[in-house]
Design a protein around this ligand. Sequence first.
Ligand SMILES: Cc1cc2nc3c(=O)[nH]c(=O)nc-3n(C[C@H](O)[C@H](O)[C@H](O)COP(=O)(O)OP(=O)(O)OC[C@H]3O[C@@H](n4cnc5c(N)ncnc54)[C@H](O)[C@@H]3O)c2cc1C
Length: 451
Amino acid sequence: MSFWWSQVERAAPRPALDGSIEADVCIVGAGYTGLWTAYYLKRAQPALRVVMLEQRFAGYGASGRNGGWLANSITGGREQYVARHGRAAVARFQQLANETVDEVIRVAAAEGIDADIHKGGEFTIATDAAQLGRLRAFADAERQWPESGVQLLTAREAAARIDVAGVQGGVWHPHTARIHPAKLVGGLRDAVLRLGVELFEGTHVESIEPHHALTRRGVVTAPVVVRATEGFTAGFPRFHREWMPLNSSLVVTAPLPESVWAEIGWQGRETLGDMAHAYMYAQRTADDRIAFGGRGKPYRYGSGIDADGRTPAATVAELGALIERFWPVLRGVRLDHAWSGVLGVPRDWSATVGLDRASGLAWAGGYVGTGVASSNLAGRTLADLILERDSELVTLPWVGHRVRKWEPEPLRWVAVQALYALYHAADRAEANGRPTTSPLARLADLVSGHR
Ligand SMILES: Cc1cc2nc3c(=O)[nH]c(=O)nc-3n(C[C@H](O)[C@H](O)[C@H](O)COP(=O)(O)OP(=O)(O)OC[C@H]3O[C@@H](n4cnc5c(N)ncnc54)[C@H](O)[C@@H]3O)c2cc1C
Protein backbone atom coordinates (compact mmCIF):
# COMPACT_ATOMS: atom_id res chain seq x y z
CA MET A 1 0.00 0.00 0.00
CA SER A 2 1.04 3.62 -0.16
CA PHE A 3 3.29 5.50 2.24
CA TRP A 4 0.31 7.79 2.89
CA TRP A 5 -1.78 4.94 4.24
CA SER A 6 1.12 3.76 6.41
CA GLN A 7 0.88 7.12 8.20
CA VAL A 8 -2.85 6.99 8.87
CA GLU A 9 -4.88 4.63 10.98
CA ARG A 10 -7.60 3.26 8.76
CA ALA A 11 -11.16 3.32 10.06
CA ALA A 12 -12.92 -0.01 10.69
CA PRO A 13 -14.25 -1.36 7.38
CA ARG A 14 -17.89 -0.89 6.52
CA PRO A 15 -19.81 -4.11 5.92
CA ALA A 16 -20.16 -5.61 2.45
CA LEU A 17 -23.45 -5.54 0.57
CA ASP A 18 -25.69 -8.36 1.73
CA GLY A 19 -28.65 -8.79 -0.63
CA SER A 20 -30.32 -6.63 -3.25
CA ILE A 21 -31.42 -3.09 -2.46
CA GLU A 22 -32.82 0.00 -4.14
CA ALA A 23 -31.34 3.48 -4.00
CA ASP A 24 -31.81 6.90 -5.54
CA VAL A 25 -28.20 6.98 -6.68
CA CYS A 26 -25.67 4.14 -6.72
CA ILE A 27 -21.98 5.09 -6.91
CA VAL A 28 -19.41 2.47 -7.89
CA GLY A 29 -15.96 3.25 -6.48
CA ALA A 30 -15.07 5.16 -3.29
CA GLY A 31 -12.17 7.35 -4.35
CA TYR A 32 -12.31 11.13 -4.56
CA THR A 33 -14.73 11.05 -7.53
CA GLY A 34 -17.29 8.84 -5.84
CA LEU A 35 -16.94 10.50 -2.45
CA TRP A 36 -17.20 14.07 -3.77
CA THR A 37 -20.27 13.10 -5.80
CA ALA A 38 -21.89 11.56 -2.73
CA TYR A 39 -20.90 14.56 -0.61
CA TYR A 40 -22.52 17.18 -2.84
CA LEU A 41 -25.61 15.05 -3.49
CA LYS A 42 -26.32 14.64 0.22
CA ARG A 43 -25.54 18.27 1.00
CA ALA A 44 -28.06 19.31 -1.64
CA GLN A 45 -30.73 16.73 -0.80
CA PRO A 46 -30.24 15.07 2.58
CA ALA A 47 -33.15 12.68 2.07
CA LEU A 48 -31.62 11.10 -1.03
CA ARG A 49 -30.65 7.44 -0.62
CA VAL A 50 -27.06 7.28 -1.86
CA VAL A 51 -25.38 3.86 -1.91
CA MET A 52 -21.65 3.44 -2.59
CA LEU A 53 -20.05 0.14 -3.58
CA GLU A 54 -16.28 -0.24 -3.11
CA GLN A 55 -14.34 -3.39 -3.94
CA ARG A 56 -11.75 -2.92 -1.17
CA PHE A 57 -11.90 0.18 1.05
CA ALA A 58 -12.48 3.87 0.43
CA GLY A 59 -9.23 5.35 -0.89
CA TYR A 60 -7.78 2.01 -2.01
CA GLY A 61 -7.17 3.36 -5.53
CA ALA A 62 -5.26 6.36 -6.83
CA SER A 63 -6.97 8.64 -4.30
CA GLY A 64 -4.95 7.09 -1.48
CA ARG A 65 -1.71 6.76 -3.43
CA ASN A 66 -1.14 9.90 -5.51
CA GLY A 67 1.54 12.58 -5.40
CA GLY A 68 -0.66 15.00 -3.48
CA TRP A 69 -0.82 17.82 -6.00
CA LEU A 70 -4.12 19.60 -5.59
CA ALA A 71 -3.72 21.38 -8.92
CA ASN A 72 -5.81 23.61 -11.18
CA SER A 73 -5.09 21.66 -14.40
CA ILE A 74 -7.54 21.24 -17.21
CA THR A 75 -6.67 17.72 -18.30
CA GLY A 76 -5.57 17.57 -21.90
CA GLY A 77 -5.20 21.35 -22.06
CA ARG A 78 -7.49 24.27 -22.83
CA GLU A 79 -6.82 24.72 -26.52
CA GLN A 80 -8.77 21.61 -27.55
CA TYR A 81 -12.01 23.25 -26.36
CA VAL A 82 -11.57 26.69 -27.92
CA ALA A 83 -12.89 25.95 -31.42
CA ARG A 84 -16.14 24.46 -30.15
CA HIS A 85 -16.82 26.48 -27.02
CA GLY A 86 -15.05 29.80 -27.59
CA ARG A 87 -12.26 31.44 -25.62
CA ALA A 88 -14.42 33.04 -22.97
CA ALA A 89 -16.00 29.72 -21.99
CA VAL A 90 -12.59 28.07 -21.73
CA ALA A 91 -11.20 30.96 -19.68
CA ARG A 92 -14.15 30.56 -17.34
CA PHE A 93 -13.43 26.82 -17.13
CA GLN A 94 -9.89 27.68 -15.99
CA GLN A 95 -11.24 30.14 -13.45
CA LEU A 96 -13.48 27.40 -12.03
CA ALA A 97 -10.54 24.97 -11.98
CA ASN A 98 -8.58 27.54 -9.95
CA GLU A 99 -11.52 27.95 -7.58
CA THR A 100 -11.80 24.19 -7.24
CA VAL A 101 -8.48 24.12 -5.41
CA ASP A 102 -9.93 26.57 -2.89
CA GLU A 103 -13.20 24.67 -2.69
CA VAL A 104 -11.35 21.51 -1.58
CA ILE A 105 -9.46 23.55 1.01
CA ARG A 106 -12.74 25.12 2.17
CA VAL A 107 -14.56 21.81 2.58
CA ALA A 108 -11.60 20.20 4.32
CA ALA A 109 -11.67 23.03 6.88
CA ALA A 110 -15.45 22.91 7.24
CA GLU A 111 -15.44 19.14 7.77
CA GLY A 112 -12.48 19.13 10.13
CA ILE A 113 -10.23 17.25 7.71
CA ASP A 114 -6.56 17.94 8.44
CA ALA A 115 -4.92 16.81 5.21
CA ASP A 116 -1.59 18.68 5.62
CA ILE A 117 -2.77 21.16 3.01
CA HIS A 118 -0.33 23.91 2.06
CA LYS A 119 -0.98 26.17 -0.91
CA GLY A 120 2.53 27.01 -2.07
CA GLY A 121 1.83 26.98 -5.81
CA GLU A 122 3.15 24.78 -8.58
CA PHE A 123 6.77 24.97 -9.66
CA THR A 124 8.09 23.38 -12.86
CA ILE A 125 11.75 23.33 -13.82
CA ALA A 126 13.92 22.69 -16.86
CA THR A 127 17.22 20.90 -16.32
CA ASP A 128 18.57 20.88 -19.87
CA ALA A 129 18.44 23.06 -22.99
CA ALA A 130 15.65 21.15 -24.72
CA GLN A 131 13.52 21.25 -21.57
CA LEU A 132 14.19 24.99 -21.32
CA GLY A 133 12.93 25.46 -24.87
CA ARG A 134 9.70 23.67 -24.00
CA LEU A 135 9.40 25.57 -20.74
CA ARG A 136 9.64 28.94 -22.50
CA ALA A 137 7.16 27.89 -25.15
CA PHE A 138 4.84 26.72 -22.38
CA ALA A 139 5.20 30.05 -20.53
CA ASP A 140 4.45 31.97 -23.77
CA ALA A 141 1.32 29.90 -24.35
CA GLU A 142 0.21 30.31 -20.74
CA ARG A 143 0.55 34.09 -21.01
CA GLN A 144 -2.36 34.03 -23.44
CA TRP A 145 -4.45 32.83 -20.49
CA PRO A 146 -4.07 35.30 -17.62
CA GLU A 147 -6.23 33.01 -15.44
CA SER A 148 -3.31 30.55 -15.33
CA GLY A 149 -1.18 32.99 -13.33
CA VAL A 150 2.07 31.49 -14.70
CA GLN A 151 5.34 33.37 -14.15
CA LEU A 152 8.60 32.56 -15.94
CA LEU A 153 11.67 32.38 -13.68
CA THR A 154 15.36 32.64 -14.55
CA ALA A 155 17.76 29.89 -13.51
CA ARG A 156 18.80 31.94 -10.50
CA GLU A 157 15.21 32.66 -9.42
CA ALA A 158 14.31 29.01 -9.87
CA ALA A 159 17.27 27.81 -7.80
CA ALA A 160 16.30 30.28 -5.08
CA ARG A 161 13.01 28.41 -4.69
CA ILE A 162 14.33 24.85 -4.88
CA ASP A 163 17.98 24.28 -5.64
CA VAL A 164 17.97 21.44 -8.15
CA ALA A 165 21.34 20.61 -9.72
CA GLY A 166 21.64 22.04 -13.22
CA VAL A 167 18.35 23.96 -13.13
CA GLN A 168 18.14 26.27 -16.15
CA GLY A 169 14.83 27.99 -15.54
CA GLY A 170 11.38 27.49 -14.12
CA VAL A 171 7.76 28.53 -14.08
CA TRP A 172 5.55 29.00 -11.06
CA HIS A 173 1.88 29.72 -10.49
CA PRO A 174 -0.08 30.09 -7.28
CA HIS A 175 -3.06 27.79 -7.93
CA THR A 176 -1.77 24.47 -6.57
CA ALA A 177 -1.59 23.09 -3.05
CA ARG A 178 0.22 20.15 -1.51
CA ILE A 179 -1.98 17.63 0.30
CA HIS A 180 -1.71 14.31 2.14
CA PRO A 181 -3.80 12.06 -0.11
CA ALA A 182 -4.87 9.43 2.44
CA LYS A 183 -5.81 12.02 5.05
CA LEU A 184 -8.03 13.74 2.48
CA VAL A 185 -9.74 10.60 1.26
CA GLY A 186 -10.13 9.19 4.78
CA GLY A 187 -11.63 12.49 5.95
CA LEU A 188 -14.03 12.55 3.01
CA ARG A 189 -15.15 9.02 3.82
CA ASP A 190 -16.00 10.13 7.38
CA ALA A 191 -17.79 13.22 6.06
CA VAL A 192 -20.08 11.29 3.70
CA LEU A 193 -20.84 8.71 6.40
CA ARG A 194 -21.88 11.56 8.72
CA LEU A 195 -24.22 12.77 5.97
CA GLY A 196 -25.88 9.33 5.85
CA VAL A 197 -24.35 7.86 2.71
CA GLU A 198 -24.50 4.04 2.79
CA LEU A 199 -21.02 2.75 1.99
CA PHE A 200 -20.46 -0.95 1.34
CA GLU A 201 -16.80 -1.92 1.31
CA GLY A 202 -15.32 -5.26 0.22
CA THR A 203 -17.98 -5.34 -2.50
CA HIS A 204 -16.73 -5.89 -6.03
CA VAL A 205 -19.09 -4.77 -8.79
CA GLU A 206 -19.05 -7.31 -11.61
CA SER A 207 -20.99 -5.27 -14.10
CA ILE A 208 -22.57 -1.84 -14.48
CA GLU A 209 -25.81 -1.95 -16.48
CA PRO A 210 -28.52 0.65 -17.09
CA HIS A 211 -30.04 1.38 -13.65
CA HIS A 212 -28.21 -1.54 -12.05
CA ALA A 213 -24.89 -2.41 -10.40
CA LEU A 214 -24.43 -6.17 -10.25
CA THR A 215 -22.40 -7.86 -7.53
CA ARG A 216 -22.15 -11.45 -6.34
CA ARG A 217 -23.71 -10.30 -3.07
CA GLY A 218 -26.75 -8.63 -4.58
CA VAL A 219 -27.91 -6.06 -7.09
CA VAL A 220 -28.31 -2.34 -6.45
CA THR A 221 -31.11 -0.83 -8.52
CA ALA A 222 -31.17 2.94 -8.93
CA PRO A 223 -32.32 5.53 -11.48
CA VAL A 224 -28.67 6.65 -11.73
CA VAL A 225 -25.52 4.53 -11.47
CA VAL A 226 -22.25 6.48 -11.31
CA ARG A 227 -19.06 4.88 -12.60
CA ALA A 228 -16.28 6.32 -10.44
CA THR A 229 -13.62 3.67 -10.99
CA GLU A 230 -11.01 5.67 -13.04
CA GLY A 231 -7.89 3.53 -13.56
CA PHE A 232 -9.79 0.34 -12.76
CA THR A 233 -12.46 0.94 -15.42
CA ALA A 234 -10.83 -1.45 -17.92
CA GLY A 235 -11.76 -4.25 -15.51
CA PHE A 236 -15.37 -4.03 -16.74
CA PRO A 237 -15.74 -5.89 -20.07
CA ARG A 238 -18.25 -3.24 -21.16
CA PHE A 239 -15.72 -0.42 -20.69
CA HIS A 240 -12.52 -2.36 -21.37
CA ARG A 241 -11.10 -0.06 -24.08
CA GLU A 242 -12.43 3.22 -22.73
CA TRP A 243 -9.61 4.42 -20.44
CA MET A 244 -6.16 2.86 -20.58
CA PRO A 245 -4.81 2.10 -17.10
CA LEU A 246 -1.37 3.69 -16.69
CA ASN A 247 0.70 2.89 -13.64
CA SER A 248 2.76 5.50 -11.86
CA SER A 249 5.18 4.98 -8.97
CA LEU A 250 6.51 7.02 -6.07
CA VAL A 251 9.20 6.74 -3.44
CA VAL A 252 9.58 8.74 -0.25
CA THR A 253 12.80 9.63 1.53
CA ALA A 254 13.43 9.47 5.26
CA PRO A 255 12.66 12.76 7.06
CA LEU A 256 15.43 15.20 6.14
CA PRO A 257 17.24 17.36 8.70
CA GLU A 258 17.28 21.16 8.70
CA SER A 259 20.88 21.17 7.45
CA VAL A 260 19.74 19.50 4.21
CA TRP A 261 16.79 21.86 3.79
CA ALA A 262 19.18 24.77 4.24
CA GLU A 263 20.92 23.58 1.05
CA ILE A 264 17.85 22.59 -0.94
CA GLY A 265 15.58 25.47 0.00
CA TRP A 266 11.96 24.50 -0.75
CA GLN A 267 10.72 26.81 2.00
CA GLY A 268 7.56 27.55 -0.01
CA ARG A 269 6.44 23.89 -0.08
CA GLU A 270 5.62 24.23 -3.78
CA THR A 271 4.81 21.10 -5.72
CA LEU A 272 7.76 20.32 -8.00
CA GLY A 273 7.68 18.95 -11.54
CA ASP A 274 9.97 19.01 -14.56
CA MET A 275 9.75 19.29 -18.34
CA ALA A 276 11.15 15.83 -19.15
CA HIS A 277 8.96 13.67 -21.39
CA ALA A 278 8.85 10.93 -18.75
CA TYR A 279 8.31 13.69 -16.20
CA MET A 280 8.75 13.59 -12.44
CA TYR A 281 6.50 15.05 -9.74
CA ALA A 282 7.33 15.68 -6.11
CA GLN A 283 6.28 17.35 -2.89
CA ARG A 284 7.91 18.24 0.41
CA THR A 285 5.74 16.42 2.95
CA ALA A 286 4.48 17.88 6.20
CA ASP A 287 7.04 15.73 8.06
CA ASP A 288 9.90 17.01 5.90
CA ARG A 289 10.46 14.15 3.50
CA ILE A 290 10.53 14.27 -0.27
CA ALA A 291 7.84 12.21 -1.99
CA PHE A 292 9.06 11.76 -5.56
CA GLY A 293 7.20 10.10 -8.41
CA GLY A 294 7.42 9.30 -12.08
CA ARG A 295 6.39 6.71 -14.53
CA GLY A 296 7.76 3.29 -13.65
CA LYS A 297 6.45 0.40 -15.68
CA PRO A 298 3.58 2.35 -17.18
CA TYR A 299 1.46 -0.29 -18.80
CA ARG A 300 0.75 -3.99 -18.42
CA TYR A 301 -0.51 -6.25 -21.16
CA GLY A 302 -4.29 -6.49 -21.39
CA SER A 303 -4.83 -3.42 -19.20
CA GLY A 304 -3.53 -5.22 -16.12
CA ILE A 305 -2.98 -3.20 -12.97
CA ASP A 306 -0.45 -3.44 -10.17
CA ALA A 307 -0.97 -5.79 -7.24
CA ASP A 308 -1.78 -3.60 -4.23
CA GLY A 309 0.84 -1.04 -5.24
CA ARG A 310 3.90 -3.31 -5.25
CA THR A 311 6.70 -1.63 -7.19
CA PRO A 312 9.54 -3.26 -9.17
CA ALA A 313 13.04 -2.78 -7.72
CA ALA A 314 14.22 -1.25 -11.02
CA THR A 315 11.64 1.54 -10.70
CA VAL A 316 12.68 2.27 -7.12
CA ALA A 317 16.33 2.42 -8.21
CA GLU A 318 15.45 4.74 -11.10
CA LEU A 319 13.56 7.17 -8.88
CA GLY A 320 16.30 7.02 -6.22
CA ALA A 321 18.93 7.84 -8.85
CA LEU A 322 16.90 10.81 -10.07
CA ILE A 323 16.59 12.15 -6.52
CA GLU A 324 20.38 11.96 -6.15
CA ARG A 325 20.88 13.64 -9.52
CA PHE A 326 18.54 16.47 -8.51
CA TRP A 327 20.11 16.93 -5.08
CA PRO A 328 23.67 15.55 -4.77
CA VAL A 329 23.47 16.35 -1.04
CA LEU A 330 21.03 13.42 -0.82
CA ARG A 331 23.52 10.83 -2.11
CA GLY A 332 22.81 7.59 -0.25
CA VAL A 333 19.58 8.90 1.29
CA ARG A 334 17.31 6.23 2.75
CA LEU A 335 14.08 5.60 0.89
CA ASP A 336 11.40 4.61 3.40
CA HIS A 337 8.67 3.47 1.07
CA ALA A 338 7.86 2.80 -2.59
CA TRP A 339 4.44 2.26 -4.08
CA SER A 340 2.45 2.45 -7.31
CA GLY A 341 -1.05 3.28 -8.39
CA VAL A 342 -3.14 3.31 -11.49
CA LEU A 343 -4.76 6.20 -13.32
CA GLY A 344 -7.11 6.30 -16.30
CA VAL A 345 -6.12 7.68 -19.71
CA PRO A 346 -8.70 8.37 -22.44
CA ARG A 347 -7.66 8.14 -26.11
CA ASP A 348 -7.39 11.96 -26.35
CA TRP A 349 -5.90 12.41 -22.83
CA SER A 350 -8.87 14.59 -21.80
CA ALA A 351 -11.04 14.10 -18.73
CA THR A 352 -14.79 13.80 -18.98
CA VAL A 353 -17.90 13.87 -16.81
CA GLY A 354 -21.42 13.05 -17.89
CA LEU A 355 -24.80 11.42 -17.46
CA ASP A 356 -26.78 9.54 -20.06
CA ARG A 357 -30.35 10.11 -18.96
CA ALA A 358 -31.88 7.19 -20.89
CA SER A 359 -29.64 4.53 -19.32
CA GLY A 360 -29.05 6.38 -16.07
CA LEU A 361 -25.32 5.73 -16.50
CA ALA A 362 -23.09 8.51 -15.21
CA TRP A 363 -19.32 8.73 -15.19
CA ALA A 364 -16.35 10.92 -14.38
CA GLY A 365 -12.64 10.36 -14.80
CA GLY A 366 -9.86 10.05 -17.34
CA TYR A 367 -8.01 12.73 -15.41
CA VAL A 368 -4.54 11.46 -16.43
CA GLY A 369 -2.80 12.37 -13.21
CA THR A 370 -4.76 15.52 -12.39
CA GLY A 371 -7.72 14.04 -10.56
CA VAL A 372 -7.08 15.30 -7.04
CA ALA A 373 -8.80 18.62 -7.77
CA SER A 374 -10.68 17.69 -10.98
CA SER A 375 -12.58 14.99 -9.11
CA ASN A 376 -14.08 17.70 -6.89
CA LEU A 377 -15.28 19.70 -9.89
CA ALA A 378 -16.53 16.44 -11.42
CA GLY A 379 -18.36 15.50 -8.20
CA ARG A 380 -20.13 18.87 -8.04
CA THR A 381 -20.98 18.60 -11.73
CA LEU A 382 -22.35 15.08 -11.39
CA ALA A 383 -24.49 16.17 -8.45
CA ASP A 384 -25.97 18.98 -10.57
CA LEU A 385 -26.53 16.67 -13.54
CA ILE A 386 -28.22 14.02 -11.38
CA LEU A 387 -30.40 16.59 -9.59
CA GLU A 388 -31.22 18.22 -12.96
CA ARG A 389 -29.97 21.59 -11.79
CA ASP A 390 -29.53 24.17 -14.47
CA SER A 391 -26.09 25.26 -13.21
CA GLU A 392 -23.03 26.73 -14.90
CA LEU A 393 -21.12 23.55 -14.09
CA VAL A 394 -23.25 21.36 -16.37
CA THR A 395 -22.37 23.59 -19.32
CA LEU A 396 -18.58 23.28 -18.96
CA PRO A 397 -16.68 22.04 -22.02
CA TRP A 398 -15.75 18.64 -20.55
CA VAL A 399 -19.36 17.68 -19.76
CA GLY A 400 -20.48 14.86 -22.04
CA HIS A 401 -17.11 14.88 -23.81
CA ARG A 402 -16.67 11.57 -25.64
CA VAL A 403 -13.75 10.13 -27.54
CA ARG A 404 -12.99 6.97 -29.48
CA LYS A 405 -11.80 3.84 -27.71
CA TRP A 406 -8.21 2.60 -27.42
CA GLU A 407 -6.97 0.03 -29.92
CA PRO A 408 -7.41 -3.63 -28.98
CA GLU A 409 -4.49 -5.80 -27.85
CA PRO A 410 -1.82 -6.60 -28.87
CA LEU A 411 -1.67 -3.30 -30.73
CA ARG A 412 -2.18 -1.28 -27.57
CA TRP A 413 0.62 -3.04 -25.67
CA VAL A 414 3.08 -2.69 -28.54
CA ALA A 415 2.18 0.98 -29.02
CA VAL A 416 2.55 1.89 -25.34
CA GLN A 417 5.87 0.05 -25.01
CA ALA A 418 7.16 1.87 -28.09
CA LEU A 419 5.81 5.14 -26.77
CA TYR A 420 7.67 5.01 -23.50
CA ALA A 421 10.84 3.72 -25.12
CA LEU A 422 10.66 6.80 -27.36
CA TYR A 423 10.05 9.21 -24.47
CA HIS A 424 12.92 7.75 -22.44
CA ALA A 425 15.27 7.83 -25.44
CA ALA A 426 14.29 11.47 -26.08
CA ASP A 427 14.98 12.38 -22.44
CA ARG A 428 18.39 10.68 -22.60
CA ALA A 429 19.33 12.50 -25.82
CA GLU A 430 18.24 15.85 -24.35
CA ALA A 431 20.04 15.28 -21.05
CA ASN A 432 23.17 14.48 -23.06
CA GLY A 433 23.13 17.86 -24.75
CA ARG A 434 20.57 17.79 -27.56
CA PRO A 435 19.50 21.46 -27.55
CA THR A 436 15.94 21.05 -28.84
CA THR A 437 13.09 18.61 -28.34
CA SER A 438 14.03 15.24 -29.77
CA PRO A 439 12.02 14.14 -32.83
CA LEU A 440 11.56 10.82 -31.00
CA ALA A 441 9.32 12.60 -28.51
CA ARG A 442 7.37 14.32 -31.28
CA LEU A 443 6.80 10.93 -32.88
CA ALA A 444 5.63 9.51 -29.56
CA ASP A 445 3.21 12.44 -29.14
CA LEU A 446 1.81 11.71 -32.56
CA VAL A 447 1.26 8.01 -31.82
CA SER A 448 -0.26 8.60 -28.41
CA GLY A 449 -2.61 11.42 -29.37
CA HIS A 450 -1.03 13.35 -26.50
CA ARG A 451 -0.58 17.14 -26.97
C1 LIG B 1 0.86 7.27 -8.45
C2 LIG B 1 -0.15 8.33 -8.79
C3 LIG B 1 0.17 9.67 -8.57
C4 LIG B 1 -0.78 10.66 -8.87
N1 LIG B 1 -0.49 11.95 -8.55
C5 LIG B 1 -1.44 12.90 -8.71
C6 LIG B 1 -1.24 14.22 -8.25
O1 LIG B 1 -0.23 14.54 -7.63
N2 LIG B 1 -2.23 15.13 -8.50
C7 LIG B 1 -3.38 14.81 -9.14
O2 LIG B 1 -4.23 15.68 -9.36
N3 LIG B 1 -3.62 13.54 -9.53
C8 LIG B 1 -2.70 12.58 -9.31
N4 LIG B 1 -2.96 11.30 -9.66
C9 LIG B 1 -4.29 10.98 -10.20
C10 LIG B 1 -5.35 10.99 -9.11
O3 LIG B 1 -4.87 10.32 -7.98
C11 LIG B 1 -6.60 10.31 -9.65
O4 LIG B 1 -6.99 10.98 -10.84
C12 LIG B 1 -7.76 10.36 -8.69
O5 LIG B 1 -7.39 9.90 -7.42
C13 LIG B 1 -8.90 9.54 -9.25
O6 LIG B 1 -9.90 9.41 -8.27
P1 LIG B 1 -11.08 8.41 -8.56
O7 LIG B 1 -11.95 8.41 -7.39
O8 LIG B 1 -11.70 8.73 -9.87
O9 LIG B 1 -10.36 6.98 -8.75
P2 LIG B 1 -9.69 6.04 -7.65
O10 LIG B 1 -9.14 6.79 -6.51
O11 LIG B 1 -8.77 5.11 -8.36
O12 LIG B 1 -10.92 5.26 -7.07
C14 LIG B 1 -11.58 4.26 -7.77
C15 LIG B 1 -12.16 3.31 -6.74
O13 LIG B 1 -13.00 2.39 -7.41
C16 LIG B 1 -12.84 1.13 -6.80
N5 LIG B 1 -13.24 0.14 -7.79
C17 LIG B 1 -12.65 -0.11 -8.97
N6 LIG B 1 -13.28 -1.11 -9.63
C18 LIG B 1 -14.31 -1.49 -8.84
C19 LIG B 1 -15.34 -2.48 -8.96
N7 LIG B 1 -15.41 -3.28 -10.02
N8 LIG B 1 -16.23 -2.61 -7.95
C20 LIG B 1 -16.17 -1.79 -6.86
N9 LIG B 1 -15.21 -0.86 -6.69
C21 LIG B 1 -14.30 -0.70 -7.66
C22 LIG B 1 -11.35 1.08 -6.48
O14 LIG B 1 -11.06 0.12 -5.48
C23 LIG B 1 -11.08 2.50 -6.04
O15 LIG B 1 -11.20 2.67 -4.64
C24 LIG B 1 -2.03 10.30 -9.41
C25 LIG B 1 -2.34 8.96 -9.63
C26 LIG B 1 -1.41 7.97 -9.33
C27 LIG B 1 -1.77 6.54 -9.56
